[in-house]
Design a protein around this ligand. Structure first.
Ligand code: UD1
Length: 427
């Protein structure tokens, strides 16, 4: 199995192009199920999760075609077409590999009047139920049955009806499934306390480009007037704000200066506010965002929260950076119950972090030293890469498949700005 090998201690300087957003791609891809016409996505990141999603769509009858990029385009261009849906079942072996597979539930139900998806079960960062996905669909008239580890949703009249639903907890995935279902429902749907993440704005913008009628985009109150059918579109995936935030922490932890190309300021503010409090200089430019560390890092106190709050997907990377800040930092994880799995590994590299339930105290500054480490999820793995960049000596991050799920050309991007990092194959 491959690993990422790093010799730490280099100050990173230069430009890093930011790829298309993984989490946006994973909700834009299933929109292909909503129309017989072609959907072309550009700026798609080359990531394992995107490939896995494309395979799932292939199994359902969607053709996927990766074409060369056109002049002025970045990332990868994929054309998807679901002129005929051959199966309405997302099997366990796909959902098990990637939880986001559950995002075919809403669009398939809307288009075909039925959809069967394996229940994802728990995962490393917590229980992660999908009850809210199901309740939102029930509010649109879906009848739901759970059997043998699968959820089967049926629209009894062949088409969903519009309906109102208020999310008791903000959920990104449940909002996405509900929006994708509501665009083809008969009549009006109102979603209250909907997630406002930029990836949901991206989803709504694509759906509008396909002919959907959605008001309140970017707010917690989405009003969707169902239409009879949607048409094809060509759409550019938004830049990955979590990848950008991760590289901003790389600038911080190595005392460097990085220009992150393609970043959109308005999507970064929760991260940049915290990084600025930690002493990083942030400058938005016409090409993206410059992040520079000119002084010792300062400690911060941060709670994760739904957008526009500080993203849970940035917590592990921020923690790695705070290990070298001068003083005690406080982190609170409010979204997932088990999202400190990077802590024991960071401790093995010399970090001093206490965990009390959902809170963590980082005692800095501590000199980090290289070690062989592994993590059980994507962002935790990235926090170990960041620690490795600042550590004295060599670090080997095992289980690279986690990183390949969400960081495009990681070692290439970091080498280009001065890191000593490479992928090593164990075989
Ligand atoms: C998405 C992101 C993930 C990010 C998370 C929170 C994708 C592919 N993944 O995950 O990277 O960390 O948002 O920003 O976009 N919940 C329920 N019932 C449900 C659904 C969720 O109780 O039916 C709870 C979850 O357990 C969690 C909270 O709601 O505590 C938020 O989860 P949610 O926003 O749904 O996360 P995902 O969409 O799975």
């Amino acid at each position: 199995m491959d690993s990422i090998w790093i010799r730490g201690g280099k100050t990173l300087k230069g430009e890093i192009p930011i790829s298309g957003a993984k989490n946006a791609a994973l909700t834009l891809l299933p929109c292909a199920l909503l129309t017989e016409e072609k959907l072309t996505l550009t700026n798609l990141p080359r990531l394992a999760d995107v490939d896995t999603f494309a395979h799932l769509l292939n199994q359902l009858g969607v053709s996927t075609h990766v074409a060369g990029v056109k002049k002025g385009e970045i990332g990868r261009r994929m054309t998807l077409q679901a002129d005929e849906i051959v199966s309405t079942v997302a099997p366990y072996d796909m959902v098990r590999k990637m939880r986001a597979s559950v995002l075919v539930l809403g669009p398939m139900l809307a288009r075909m009047g039925e959809s069967t998806v394996s229940l994802p079960g728990g995962c490393a960062i917590g229980d992660r139920p999908i009850d809210l996905h199901l309740k939102a669909l029930e509010a649109m008239g879906a009848e739901i049955e759970l059997a043998a580890g699968y959820v089967k949703a049926v629209a009894p009249k062949g088409r969903l009806d519009g309906g109102d639903f208020s999310f008791p907890v903000v959920s990104v995935g449940a909002t996405e499934n509900a929006v994708m279902a509501a665009v083809l429902a008969k009549g009006k749907t109102q979603l209250f306390n909907a997630a406002r993440e930029p990836e949901i704005v991206d989803l709504c913008n694509l759906l509008v480009a396909m002919g959907a009628k959605i008001e309140g985009i970017g707010s917690g109150h989405l009003i969707i007037e169902g239409v009879e059918g949607l048409h094809g579109a060509t759409y550019e995936v938004m830049p990955d704000r979590i990848e950008a935030g991760s590289y901003a922490c790389a600038a911080g932890i190595t005392g460097g200066s990085l220009h992150l190309l393609g970043v959109r300021p308005e999507e970064m503010l929760a991260t940049t506010n915290v990084l600025a409090q930690a002493g990083l200089a942030i400058e938005f430019t016409d090409k993206g965002m410059k992040v520079s560390a000119h002084q010792p890092l300062r400690p911060v106190a941060v709670s994760t929260a739904p957008f526009p709050g500080f993203a849970t997907d940035m917590q592990a990377q921020l923690m790695a950076m705070l290990c070298v800040a001068e003083g005690q930092s406080f982190l609170e994880e409010t979204i997932f119950e088990n999202r400190y799995m990077h802590v024991p590994e960071l401790r093995r590299m010399g970090a001093d972090v206490e965990v009390h339930g959902r809170s963590a105290i980082v005692h800095g500054p501590k000199p980090l030293t290289g070690a062989s480490v592994m993590a059980t999820d994507l962002r935790a793995s990235m926090s170990l890469v960041l620690a490795g960049l600042a550590a004295e000596g060599e670090t080997e991050v095992l289980r690279v498949y986690h990183l390949d799920r969400g960081y495009e050309r990681l070692e290439e991007k970091l080498s280009a700005v001065g890191a000593t990092i490479e992928r090593r194959s164990a075989g």
